[in-house]
Design a protein around this ligand. Structure first.
Ligand code: NDP
Length: 623
């Protein structure tokens, strides 16, 4: 009879690593990085730091302040807002307004234009509405300019430019229960009203800066990667940063963003210093052009089928075929339920929980050993290769895929400054101090990521007053409270998209599409019932909160052993606003099924409908 150890060996090959030693090393590396201030180590980009979030891409616009009414307002013109607008148009809603902070549609792809910016999730799954627009992306992994253009095309296709307010930030929202409308104020003095408001602000949209001593003292040039200063660097998304030819450049951070732009900085800067606190896991990318015959075999419905196939692969659900077949699906094939199912078949019985955990852990060690070996193979200097190796389990941080990042450290002008988990010591007027050594720098680039785990309203940049003036910031002070992540009691006709008690997917637009379909269904059903106000009941909300808490336990121990980062609330568990606290622990396949069953039931279960005064009376009450 085959034993579990034999199956383990058949699955993983010869075990040429010491799992106990690796586990001890992982915990030691985590401990090096733990710090008592957790998330509060970062500085809010406000006040003196506001210039870090100014829009460097939009031409200044002058316009009169507006005072008018639309049926539906969507806040945010990224993929969430685009999908929402599209699905609402398909459901027959004509009177829609998008309000967007940026100068155009695109969201994260509007802001993140840094050199090398691209999506590392397969484009045929990632770019929304490919079938609706009859578009096939140029590469397996799309570059930012193409994604931005596709965003504009979606907006054109669905008429979302009509009535849109660009370069406009919402500053406050207030519900008028008698009139059944929302009042929305903006930074351009607008005071507009709407029957319903959908917030699609994006989960990683507010840049964050490290709270490093002396940050104000530095006199050189600085910017955040999500506001790339091409006037200073020259070049574009494809590189050619000629402005840096005679510059000593520092970049802080080695996350997914830095991994994509460091190769271009290394190619152009006179000297590049990469300040590393925790190394990323860098797997092979292998991008390629879309084959000419790619579209020939596609049947209607192909994009949703491909998204769903990818989603099932990465969640470890049963699938007969791997349509995407890339670094992501390779990881998940080996590290999730798919591997466990394979092992069960070989063993002729179900694995015990302990066996399953051991298989996953061993497969994880194997995978990360491959990642670490790649550093040895690619990087010529063994000391740098050693320092750039990640020592944690694969999903402690977001996996990265890139073919040019590691070789960049073979350039003589590129220097890795490994701070061994400590980060930068301080800024000076002329540069940075790290490991006690001063680095003179002409320019410092913050690749330090985005706020996660702070309050929802702080990230949105405005507060929302619901019925009786109750503030959303107060209601969600100890954590989110929603039905299905989209509605919350006391805030009628308002909906949230993104990671707010729904399911996190690797392919984020799939979640956004499911939410857009769902919200559109709720609004259409409300309209068809000749009601104008829909609100979730406190009881339905509580049931979902209980379900979220119940399922949240999955993965908590795993994350506690991880090196700190935004996935585990910087090493401090128990934050009701944290990244995974807002994630449905039973996964997206189950979550999407729950939504579909709820819609099929047709009764808007857990919601109450009522009629407020007709629109013209509502409009009359707007002043
Ligand atoms: P991250 O939050 O992933 O990375 C921030 C980096 O800054 C980390 O390396 C962090 O170190 C470092 N850092 C923070 N403070 C300090 C300090 N005081 N001293 C030194 N280093 C510091 O941000 P990114 O912008 O890289 O990525 C954010 C997310 O955006 C990704 O996780 C991904 O979800 C998404 N993204 C997706 C892409 C795609 O292709 N689809 C491409 C790019 C980004 P430490 O790790 O120690 O905290």
């Amino acid at each position: 009879m085959t034993t579990f150890d034999e199956v383990l060996e058949q699955t993983l090959g010869e075990i040429d690593f010491d799992p106990d030693a690796l586990k001890a090393r992982y915990l030691a590396e985590r401990d090096k990085r733990l710090r008592p201030d957790g998330n509060s180590q970062y500085v809010e980009v406000a006040g003196d730091f506001s210039s870090y979030v100014d829009d460097p891409y939009a031409d200044p616009i002058e316009r009169d302040a507006l005072t008018d009414h639309t049926d539906i307002v969507i806040i945010g013109g990224g993929f969430g807002g685009l999908l929402m607008g599209g699905r609402l148009r398909e459901a027959g809603f004509d009177d829609i307004r998008v309000i967007e902070k940026g100068g155009d549609f695109g969201g994260t792809w509007y802001w993140n234009r840094y050199p090398g910016a691209m999506c590392d999730v397969e484009s045929y799954c990632y770019l929304p509405m490919l079938e609706e627009l009859d578009y096939i992306p140029k590469h397996k992994y799309s570059y930012a300019p193409e994604i931005m253009e596709h965003s504009r095309n979606i907006a054109q296709h669905y008429g979302l430019y009509d009535n849109a307010l660009m370069s406009t930030e919402v500053t406050a929202m207030r519900w008028d229960d008698g009139a059944g409308i929302w009042h929305i104020d903006t930074n351009r003095g607008d005071h507009v009203t709407a029957r319903a408001v959908i917030t699609a602000a994006g989960p990683l949209s507010r840049p964050k800066l490290p709270g490093i001593a002396g940050i104000d003292d530095y006199q050189g040039h600085t910017f955040h990667t999500s506001r790339w200063d091409y006037d200073y660097t020259g070049g574009d998304n494809a590189g050619g940063l000629t402005g840096l030819e005679n510059k000593r450049v520092g970049i802080i951070g080695t996350g997914a963003t830095a991994v994509q732009c460091v190769p271009h900085l290394g190619a152009s800067a006179q000297e590049l210093f990469v300040f590393q606190r925790t190394p990323s896991s860098i797997d092979v990318r292998n991008n390629r052009e879309t084959p000419e015959d790619f579209a020939d075999s596609l049947e209607p419905g192909w994009q949703y089928a491909r998204m769903e196939n990818f989603n099932r692969m990465v969640i470890g659900a049963k699938t007969d075929v791997d349509l995407v077949n890339d670094g992501w699906t390779d990881i998940f094939r080996n590290l999730t339920g798919i591997a466990a199912k394979r092992a069960s078949e070989q063993l002729g019985r179900r694995l015990t929980g302990k066996e399953k955990g051991r298989l996953m852990e061993m497969a994880d060690y194997r995978k990360m050993e491959t990642i670490r070996r790649r550093a040895d193979e690619v990087i010529e200097d063994p000391d740098i290769a050693e320092r750039i190796k990640p020592w944690y389990r694969q999903f402690c941080k977001r996996p990265c895929f890139h073919d040019d990042y590691l070789p960049t450290f073979n350039r003589p002008n590129v220097h890795l400054v490994d701070t061994e988990g400590k980060g930068i010591d301080r800024f000076t007027e002329t540069g940075l101090v790290a490991n006690g050594q001063h680095y003179e720098l002409d320019c410092i680039i913050f690749a330090t990521g985005f706020e996660v785990g702070t309050s929802y309203t702080r990230r949105a940049g405005y507060d929302v007053a619901g019925r009786d003036g109750v503030l959303l910031s107060d209601k969600w002070a100890d954590g989110l409270r929603t039905l299905h992540g989209m509605q919350t009691a006391g805030f009628p006709n308002s909906f949230h998209m993104g990671f707010t008690q729904g399911a996190v997917t690797v392919n984020v637009p799939q979640t956004l599409n499911e939410q857009a379909v769902h919200i559109s269904h709720i609004l259409a059903t409300t309209r068809d019932s000749e009601a104008t106000v829909v609100e979730v009941t406190p009881e339905a909300e509580q049931e979902w909160v209980d379900e979220m808490i119940d399922k949240a336990r999955l993965g908590e121990r795993f994350r506690a052993e991880c090196t700190p980062g935004y996935y585990n609330n910087e090493g401090k568990s128990g934050n009701g606003n944290g990244f995974f606290a807002a994630n449905y622990g039973a996964g997206p396949v189950k979550f999407f099924q729950i939504l579909e069953d709820w819609r099929d039931d047709g009764s808007l279960s857990g919601c109450e409908l009522r009629s407020a005064p007709p629109d013209d009376e509502a409009k009359a009450s707007t002043t």
